[in-house]
Design a protein around this ligand. Structure first.
Ligand SMILES: [Zn+2]
Length: 116
C-alpha cells in the first residue's frame, strides 16, 4: 500500500517529511446522495494542496467530515495509535452511509519555512 519513492516540493532545503494522501470512496452502503461512486477520490499533497481529478467532483460534506483527520494521517503515528490503524471514515449523510478510505501514497520532503 505504501509507495516508498520520495519526492520534494518547494524551494528550501527539506527539513521535514509528510505523507501525501489519497481519499477514495471504498463503499456506499445506502443511496448515493451526492453523486459519488466507488473509486472516486481526491488527494491531499504537499501538505495543503487538495486535488480532485479533472471532470470529477467530491462531496463537500464528506471532505468536511474527513478533513480533521488528514493532518494526523500525513504524519507517522505511534504503532498503537488508533488513527495509525484505522483508515475508514463515513460521510455524515445518514441515507448515504458512504465510507471513504485514507491511503498514504508517497512521502514528500518539505521545508517547514515554505509552509508557515
Ligand atoms: Zn456525501
Amino acid at each position: 500500500m505504501l509507495n516508498v519513492s520520495e519526492a520534494t516540493s518547494g524551494n528550501g532545503t527539506p527539513d521535514m517529511e509528510l505523507y501525501d494522501l489519497r481519499v477514495t470512496v471504498d463503499r456506499i452502503e445506502g443511496r448515493s446522495v451526492c453523486g459519488l461512486k466507488v473509486g472516486d477520490y481526491f488527494e491531499l499533497v504537499n501538505s495543503a494542496e487538495l486535488r480532485i481529478p479533472d471532470g470529477k467532483h467530491f462531496c463537500m460534506y464528506a471532505i468536511q467530515s474527513i478533513a480533521p483527520l488528514l493532518p494526523a494521517k500525513q504524519r507517522q503515528l505511534p504503532a498503537g495509535d488508533w488513527l495509525e490503524k484505522d483508515s475508514f471514515v463515513a460521510c455524515p449523510d445518514p441515507e448515504e452511509r458512504l465510507i471513504m478510505k485514507i491511503e498514504r501514497i508517497r512521502k514528500v520532503q518539505l521545508n517547514s519555512e515554505d509552509l508557515t
